[in-house]
Design a binder for this molecule. Sequence first.
Ligand code: ZN
Length: 267
Amino acid sequence: MLTDSHCHLASHKFPADELPTLIADAMASGVTRLVTLATCLGDLETNLSICRDHPSVRSCIGIHPCDVHEAPDDAVDQLRSHLTDPRVCGIGETGLDYFHPAPGTWSEETFRDRQKLMLDQHFTLAAEAGLNVVIHTRDRTGSASFEEALAIYRKHAHHARAVFHCFISTRENARRVIDLGGLVSFGGVATFKNAKDVLDVAADLPTGTFMVETDSPYLAPHPHRGSRNEPALVRVVAEKLAEARGETVADLAGHTTATAEDFFRLS
Ligand SMILES: [Zn+2]
């Protein structure tokens, strides 16, 4: 029993005819549940059809912060018609990405403002649906995207929970998320040789406050770093975290799966 709480099965890096093998490989390494995340209106139906073909997969629906410039103004509204679909288990991937430069004619300011507006709209939608939110934050330097996403979450924390995925920040920042009722999740970065800080944060967190993920096809864990990531490799993340926490992989897999089942209403 292991849950990959964050992957992108509709990515062009996962050709459709390879998906049955990818998912079978994940099952063979103990992964019983996968959460795939849409990133734009264009990949929504692909994610949902993957759920239809593979009962172990559920989907979050949202507009990734790096895609907000291509999304129509009413993109989040357009997600509304899918809220009652039983394959939909959460809202995301949304968030704030201050790492990538603003595209085309966008200024940094207008691009960030659109990301913030859409993050806020995702929370409103989640509250309406009784679902929770998956947040991406990334900075070139400093932690503005984290701080500003946390401020938006704080406004909505009474109505929806959020997970800060691919968490690489400090113990104190993890605590601030958890204090609002949120979660963090750890992926391949926790296995990198230079990521001892991330492991130290994961080592201390109470059970029920974090999940594991791959973010595949991105961010393959060590020693696969640089190659295409896939859901089966969530086991590598789980093993590294379990070792750091002094618990068995089975225990870690059990409580992180229970956390994911609760957060994504998967039961
Ligand atoms: Zn992602």
